[in-house]
Design a protein around this ligand. Structure first.
Ligand SMILES: Cc1ncc(COP(=O)(O)O)c(C=O)c1O
Length: 455
């Protein structure tokens, strides 16, 4: 490909490219001129800590030399349609099953997260003979029609009227819960009771699957109360429903363990994955299915497929990525660095505008409030995506970026999810920036009555 100057890149982008989830008119996307490890540089040679790993996928960091080297080998690999057995596809499937929970047996490969969830819906319907699908409010599962219907927030609305039989239930979000539970156990009992009722009202014999991100990610890293996921598992078992965990964001080390489900005491029937499997260096996703689900398709046709299922380039990059995770002990680093991040985030609670911090491994969110006492959010629910006339959250994220801390927000939560290779020093340096920006932000907008507003 002919290399374009930065000016031409930006001009062609403006003229020819449609960007996701945005009004196009005033967009002025940065261009990356250089990138390495946890850093990238824009067209003006300004350096940024990539504190969201692009879209929470760049787990091994930018331009990892071993992955770049792997790309040089790719010319030797024959392209083959999904019907063929290829070394990289076989090896990657084996490696994934070795890392997945013990009950997992086989992998169906896709090209990304949404496609993985779409295929998990189809697999669940085929394997159970049922059609209803449960998923949660405050979840994101992707932008295709199926995954969009699973999604439990505003990015679903453009696929509505939705697919019949897609039912939503509440994510336990205790910080915002109006009921003042005396303990987590009481909250869990409440949420499980409600879910059980919903299953009964919907007719459990028609429910194929319950989809959940074990820790909803882009909706603000909402950590489940203790025992909740295990309780959902029990309900699914009681009614013969498949439990499907969407680990597109959390899979392959993000939370300090290989999969987020490894933090809990249950095994799902399927896990969907994407992003981290190749660290985003090549598009790849998939559905990991349990032994029981895999056996169903021994005698029944798997009525689905994709031209690029198990694509040789992506599966080769996947193998190299998983090797890297082991060789460089990257998941262990995520756990270690996660402890430092946790300390830094907990310290932020002394700020008036920080309502709650949530963290697990290198997966975290800082929830900003206008008023700590009432928990009034910095942006009202549903006012993301250019709808908020006040724009305090956009101001905060822009200030972070101006100071070299690149990330994004969703509703009132700022996501913090750096590459898993981040060092202690880099993490502290980045969090110093975050603290400084927060202090300046409060000075600029915080009034004496401790509520934030625009002057
Ligand atoms: C949990 C989760 N599921 C699914 C998706 C969709 O993945 P993709 O954009 O690769 O289709 C995302 C994307 O952020 C995600 O976070």
């Amino acid at each position: 490909m002919k290399s374009l100057t930065i000016e031409q890149t930006k001009a062609d982008d403006k003229q020819y490219v449609l960007h996701s989830w945005s009004k196009q008119k005033n967009l002025n996307p940065k261009s990356i001129s250089k990138a390495e490890g946890v850093f990238f540089w824009d067209e003006n040679e300004k350096r940024y800590f990539d504190m969201c790993s692009q879209l929470v996928y760049l787990n091994v960091g930018h331009n990892h030399p071993k992955l770049l080297e792997e790309f040089k080998q790719i010319g030797e690999i024959p392209m083959a349609a999904p019907a063929f057995a290829t070394a990289s596809k076989s090896e990657l499937a084996r490696k994934i099953i070795e890392k997945a929970p013990d009950n997992m047996a086989k992998v169906f490969f896709t090209c990304g997260g949404a496609e993985s969830n779409d295929h998990a819906i189809k697999i669940a319907r085929m394997a159970t003979g049922r059609y209803k699908i449960f998923s949660r409010y405050r979840s994101y599962h992707g932008a295709t029609f199926g995954a969009g219907n699973l999604t439990g927030e505003g990015r679903r609305f453009m696929v509505e009227p939705g697919i019949p039989g897609f039912i939503k239930f509440d994510t336990p979000y205790l910080y915002k819960e109006v009921i003042d539970f005396s303990s987590e156990e009481e909250a869990v009992a409440f949420y499980l009771d409600r879910l059980k009722n919903q299953m009964l009202y919907e007719g459990p014999e028609s429910i194929a699957a319950v989809f959940m991100e074990p820790i909803p990610g882009s909706n603000g890293v909402i950590i489940p109360p203790k025992g909740y996921l295990e309780g959902v598992r029990e309900l699914c078992d009681q009614f013969g429903i498949l439990m499907i965990c969407d680990e597109v964001m959390t899979g392959f080390g993000r939370t300090g363990k290989m999969f987020a489900v490894d933090h809990f005491d249950f095994e799902p029937d399927m896990i969907t994955f994407a992003k981290g499997v190749t660290s985003g260096y090549s598009p790849l996703g998939g559905v990991i299915v349990s032994e029981k689900v895999a056996r169903y398709f021994d005698e029944n046709t798997l009525m689905t497929g994709l031209t690029y299922s198990g694509h040789t380039v992506s599966t080769q990059i996947g193998c190299a990525t998983l090797d890297l995770l082991e060789e460089e002990k990257i998941v262990e680093n995520a756990a270690r660095a996660g402890e430092i991040l946790a300390q830094r985030l907990d310290a932020l609670l002394s700020f008036d505008s920080v309502g709650q911090v949530r963290h697990i491994g290198l997966f975290a969110a800082v929830e900003l409030v206008k008023d700590k006492a009432t928990k009034e959010p910095i942006i009202s629910y549903g006012m993301d995506y250019g709808k908020d006339p006040v724009g305090l959250m956009s101001k905060f994220v822009s200030l972070l970026s101006e100071n070299g801390f690149y990330t994004y927000s969703h509703e009132s939560s700022v996501i913090i999810a750096p590459p898993l290779i981040i060092s202690e020093q880099e993490l502290n340096e980045a969090m110093d920036i975050f603290e400084k920006v927060l202090r300046n932000f409060e000075q600029e907008y915080l009034f004496a009555d401790k509520t934030l507003t625009v002057k």
